[in-house]
Design a protein around this ligand. Structure first.
Ligand SMILES: Nc1ncnc2c1ncn2[C@@H]1O[C@H](COP(=O)(O)OP(=O)(O)OP(=O)(O)O)[C@@H](O)[C@H]1O
Ligand SMILES: [Mg+2]
Length: 225
């Protein structure tokens, strides 16, 4: 569904990522690790066409990114749910409105989907916080809200950037469980994380592949996990 072929990226200076190939297929589960600054967030941005590569090819659902205009990119992105590293909420809007914002942007009838929204917020355990403003939420609540917003359009692929970055172990496992449930529904999942314990916990339940960015390249991480 998302394919990177020999992709490189530089923000102007030296290449941060070099010759990267990656295929996210339906039902796959990947982790992406690597030290801070290695380029995990950058690689995710290449996967959802927030960035275009400086070299190489990106194919999204069979279409070449190079041949897509802004509208085509915007339409394609609706099939990709992103959990941003910093959540990126609009702080003046209540949680329920933040989560349903992608529907509004896509021109869908938000009122008609109120039932779905309620169900989704219950699934992430935030049914009591629907009217809260984002600054009033805890770290774990924010992360679950970000996950709900990422899946409200029923995407085929979910890219989660440190989705357990600011939460305790119990909450990390809960968020992992939600991602595993989405994967069991057939969605492709890619999770950038530093947390090796989280990866171990996932591997006990799903056939997750672990990738690592090292020296600008993407490697399969292996036996040490
Ligand atoms: N828009 C940008 N312009 C210039 N440099 C950038 C930009 N975004 C990121 N970088 C640089 O690219 C490098 C990789 O950043 P990136 O956010 O992809 O790393 P990361 O692996 O996600 O790190 P972390 O684990 O801290 O989230 C960093 O050195 C960063 O400063
Ligand atoms: Mg990052």
């Amino acid at each position: 569904m998302i394919e990177l072929e020999d992709v490189s990226h530089s923000y102007g200076g030296a290449e941060l990522l070099s010759g990267i190939s990656l295929r996210l297929q339906p039902g796959s589960f990947h982790f992406l690790t690597g030290p801070s600054g290695a380029g995990k967030t950058t690689l995710l941005k290449l996967c959802y066409a927030e960035l275009r590569p400086t070299r190489g090819r990106v194919r999204l659902f069979g279409a070449e990114l190079a041949g897509m205009d802004r509208d085509a990119v915007a339409r394609t992105r609706r099939r990709i749910g992103v959990v941003h590293q910093d959540c990126q909420f609009l702080d003046h809007l209540p949680l329920a409105e933040n989560v349903s914002l992608p529907l509004l942007v896509a021109g869908r009838d938000v009122a008609a989907e109120a039932g779905n929204l309620r169900e989704l917020l219950a699934w992430v355990g935030l049914q009591a916080q629907t009217e809260a403003l984002p600054p009033q939420l805890s770290g774990g609540e924010r992360q679950r809200a970000a996950l709900a917003r990422a899946v409200i359009m029923d995407p085929d692929v979910i890219l989660a950037d440190e989705p357990t970055g600011n939460v305790d172990w119990e909450m990390s496992l809960r968020i992992l469980q939600l991602l595993i449930e989405l994967n069991r529904m057939g969605k492709a999942i890619l999770v950038a994380t530093h947390d090796l314990n989280l990866i171990r916990a996932a591997k006990a339940q799903v056939a997750a592949r672990v990738l690592r960015i090292k020296g600008q390249q993407l490697q399969q991480a292996g036996a040490e996990l």
